[in-house]
Ligand binder design. Structure first.
Ligand code: PLP
Length: 458
């Protein structure tokens, strides 16, 4: 038995925690196309967004400053679980028999069990500062609802959450955690909004979708001056807040004396992937390293690999600004796979732009391969991953096995963006051999794309 002493964990002190967020807009060779007003079809300005977001966040959304200071009140809360650990997956490497070195940055140590509090805390902070009384939001699997509910509790804000019907029914413990932190949860589509009542008129909408839940949360925020809306992914300011992950990981890999050749993360709306990869893309653009940047998406909701790059609504009712993004169509209702956080029809405009300009790649993975990877990961590394990051783990394993064939030097960095303690029913289904891979058909995709909004010159 090989009983070499190995370093598994790279830990930063609180003093080493970054105090700025990194804004990739400052370094992009070309800017992404602007969001458009859904009625006027011209670029949205700060005033258009003011009913939904506080001005500090709107300014971050359009900022081109390279570094944005993290407020002291946010750093104080971050210190509750940050800096988060970086692990070297020695045991997984040994089980795979691979020469590849695999590192994972673990965000499951936060109060919500995922990366989401990195942005829910600053969003609640800036809203409180501007006098907001209540925040509304959507949640899929429940991770974002948990994170926002916790942040609102800390800053004394009310919180109201629309949870996608299928997840509300399947994951009662997430709802209970959201309620424990103090928020009110509605099953979406709900009877309490006009858009929810309209969706309920068609039985096909009963299981809900993130796009429908967003419509409900936006409707309530837009019609109450004391209420604003918070989004857990997709927007520039959300991706910005998550860059604390990659900035820490850069320092931790330097401690390990290693440089990544591959960075892989799962993409729902793109925020954990952006958070990990953007600081490394900055280094790559500066010629300091050259990792391949790879997004992992579900085969049942493949917005990058199968969707089109077009202006589309962020929600299903068509109330949000139009964003130029990779989309399956705002009417697309993905199969009810277990990775609820990856069941979004669109993709962050920033990620879509990087993908279009050849700065990153994407691959899709079927869910049975994800859970096989997750079980192997749990049995070697001791962490049960959330269903979402299992997509990235599956691709990391594919690449580590390739390295075994080719002997090419491979250093993989991945984001383990959450734990799966509330997702054990999905593991149960997998372990009993009852999990199936849903079929993503071209026919359904074309039907959803037929309702894309028509935008001249786009
Ligand atoms: C919300 C969530 C995701 C998907 O969102 P991104 O914005 O793509 O990161 C992935 N993993 C976990 C654990 C989540 O909570």
């Amino acid at each position: 038995m090989d009983d070499t002493v190995r370093q598994h964990k790279y830990v930063l002190t609180e003093d080493q925690m970054p105090t700025t967020w990194y804004n990739i807009m400052a370094d992009l060779p070309s800017p992404p196309p602007p969001p458009l007003h859904p009625g006027r079809m011209d670029p949205v300005g700060p005033d258009d967004l003011a009913p939904l977001f506080p001005m500090d966040l709107i300014m971050q959304e359009v900022s081109a400053e390279r570094y944005i200071d993290i407020p002291g009140g946010v750093l104080d809360v971050y210190r509750q679980w940050r800096p988060s650990p970086l692990f070297r997956a020695h045991n997984l490497e040994r089980a795979l028999g691979t020469p590849a070195r695999i590192y994972y940055k673990y965000e499951g140590v936060s109060p919500a069990g995922s990366h989401k509090p990195n942005t829910s805390v600053p969003q609640a902070y800036y809203n409180k500062k501007e006098g907001t009384k209540k925040l509304t939001t959507e949640t899929g699997a429940g991770q974002w609802g948990t994170a926002l509910s916790y942040a609102c509790a800390l800053f004394g804000l009310e919180c109201e959450v629309w949870q996608v019907g299928a997840s509300y029914d399947a994951k009662p413990y997430r709802r209970l955690m959201i309620e424990t932190f103090g928020a009110k949860v509605h099953r979406s589509p709900s009877e309490v909004t006009a858009s929810g009542r309209a969706f309920l008129a068609d039985p096909k909408n009963y299981s809900g979708s993130l796009g429908i839940a967003i419509s409900e949360a936006v409707e309530v925020a837009a019609t109450d001056p004391d209420t604003r809306y918070a989004l857990g992914s997709v927007l520039n300011h959300v991706l910005l807040h998550q860059t604390i992950i990659g900035q820490e990981a850069l320092l931790q890999l330097a401690m390990a004396g290693d440089t990544p050749t591959l960075i892989v993360g799962c993409t729902g709306g793109g925020s954990n992937f952006a958070g990990l990869s953007f600081p490394f893309i900055r280094e790559k653009l500066a010629g300091k390293m050259s990792p391949r940047i790879l997004a992992a998406e579900p085969a049942s909701c493949p917005s990058l690999t199968r969707g089109v790059y077009a202006y589309d609504f962020g929600d299903t009712a068509g109330m949000t600004p139009l964003m130029k993004m990779h989309t399956l169509g705002h009417d697309f209702i993905p199969d009810p796979i277990h990775a609820g956080g990856l069941r979004y029809h669109g993709m962050a405009p920033l990620i879509s732009h990087l993908y279009e300009t050849g700065m990153m790649d994407a691959e899709s993975v079927p869910q049975t391969e994800c859970f096989a990877a997750a079980v192997q990961f749990a049995r070697t590394e001791g962490i049960v991953p959330a269903p979402e990051p299992t997509h990235a783990i599956a691709l990391a394993i594919r690449e580590a096995l390739k390295a075994k064939e080719t002997g090419e030097e491979t250093v993989i960095l991945t984001a383990l963006c959450g734990h799966g303690h509330f997702d054990l029913a999905a593991y149960d289904q997998y372990l009993r051999g009852e999990m199936v891979d849903e079929n993503f058909t071209e026919e359904r995709l074309q039907a959803a794309l037929a309702t894309l909004p028509q935008v001249a010159n786009a």
